[in-house]
Write a protein that binds this ligand. Structure first.
Ligand code: HEC
Ligand code: HEC
Length: 328
């Protein structure tokens, strides 16, 4: 047997041993301790309780194009449910076909993030929600006009009253943000192969995915991509060839934050290509290779890259079942 075939042999031996329940779980359990299964819901803030009425209204607003100046762009245009709740293009295209500076992150599991946007400029989903409506390169709308348009529809008057029963004048920007954020907190993807594996279903991941999981720990990826959403919600310097985006520095003005970006979630990363803050890398192989080189000073072998990429595929969970709302 040549050395090249060894890892494959060990991988299949591991699967056999696992399925026979013969492996000493000690070492594997040590690796598994670095991960957490994704809960079905993220933390719910005390000042924005989750109710079915708010979820329903938030869903309508998420798909509502008339809160954009053109009347054709909704949140779902860029965070498209059919495209991993993202857009699969390098940089977002918004109002008047303008191309923004950054790649559209998925909104899946965004309730688990401790800050929003690549530069973390908003602390939570409530703070995030009104930004894109007003951004000139996204929906290019004034909030006053968005509210006027919503007030014109009887069905929205009804839904806002049901979602905010204690508010005498419920159609206002604050409530739009509360409702959209509530809907977004339902967009979670539990039960990925990794989650099932962590809960004891040893068959849920392939042998090579298990190898990838171990390497992910041993190489140090998990230091930044840890916790239930596989992000530390922290900012790290990362320079992409040709990019002049200064990242977190634009928010803090702190020299140490120049070119730093928030660690993105790796949940569903296999379906949220292209990658990185400017979407310049279109496949996981190259994305993982670049991470190894820049974040860890390590050049992985092709075999190592394959197992890490396979592990990334084990992070795809069950997509939320969202019925597209009928809008007025
Ligand atoms: C024109 C495309 C576009 C539209 C429309 C749009 N977004 Fe986004 N969204 C983006 C881009 C691009 C980013 C990243 C921007 C940045 O980091 O500076 C983003 C970031 C986000 C984030 C942060 C996710 C993370 O990982 O940090 C959330 C949440 C979000 N958008 C929700 C919404 C909601 C809600 C709406 C509708 C009110 C909306 N978006 C409309 C393109 C869009
Ligand atoms: C020092 C912290 C750190 C380490 C270590 C690290 N990452 Fe990252 N990772 C980040 C940050 C920050 C980004 C976002 C970079 C950007 O686009 O500006 C990122 C982005 C990614 C992406 C692209 C995700 C997307 O949606 O665009 C993948 C895939 C990834 N990392 C995998 C890995 C793997 C695999 C390892 C180990 C080989 C690793 N990372 C090590 C911080 C880290």
């Amino acid at each position: 047997m040549t050395p090249r075939t060894l890892p494959g042999f060990y991988a299949s031996a591991l699967v056999l041993a696992l399925s026979a329940g013969a492996v000493q779980s000690d070492t594997l359990a040590d690796y598994m301790d670095f991960f957490e299964p994704l809960p079905h819901l993220p933390p719910i803030p005390a000042d924005n309780t989750m109710t079915p009425e708010k979820i329903e209204l938030g869903k309508m607003l998420f798909f509502e194009p008339r809160i954009s100046a053109s009347g054709v762009i909704s949140c779902a245009t860029c965070h498209n449910p059919a495209l991993g709740w993202s857009d699969r293009i390098p940089r977002a295209v918004g109002h008047g076909g303008q191309v923004g500076e950054r790649n559209t992150p998925t909104v899946l599991n965004s309730g688990f993030l401790e800050s929003q946007f690549w530069d973390g400029r908003e602390p939570d989903l409530e703070g995030q929600a009104l930004g894109p409506i007003q951004a000139d390169i996204e929906m290019n709308m004034t909030l006053a006009e968005a509210i006027e348009r919503l007030k014109a529809f009887e069905i929205y008057r009804q839904h806002f009253a049901e979602a905010f029963p204690d508010d005498p004048d419920p159609i206002n920007p604050g409530n739009v943000a509360l409702a959209i954020a509530t809907f977004e907190r339902t967009l979670n993807t539990p039960n990925s192969p990794l989650d099932r594996f962590l809960r004891g279903d040893v068959q849920a991941m392939t042998g090579r995915q298990v190898e990838g999981m171990k390497l992910f720990v041993d190489a140090g990826c998990v230091a930044c991509h840890g916790g239930p959403a596989l992000t530390d919600s922290n900012f790290h310097r990362f320079e992409l060839p040709g990019s002049r985006d200064e990242g977190r520095f634009l928010v803090t003005g702190d020299e140490a934050d120049r070119f730093a970006f928030r660690t993105p979630t790796l949940r569903n990363v296999a379906v949220t290509y292209p990658y990185f803050n400017n979407g310049s890398v279109d496949n996981l192989h190259d994305a993982v290779q670049l991470m190894g080189q820049q974040m860890l000073g390590q050049d992985f072998t092709e075999e190592e890259l394959d197992s890490l990429v396979d592990f990334m595929h084990a992070l795809t969970g069950e997509m939320p079942r969202v019925e597209i709302p009928a809008l007025p």
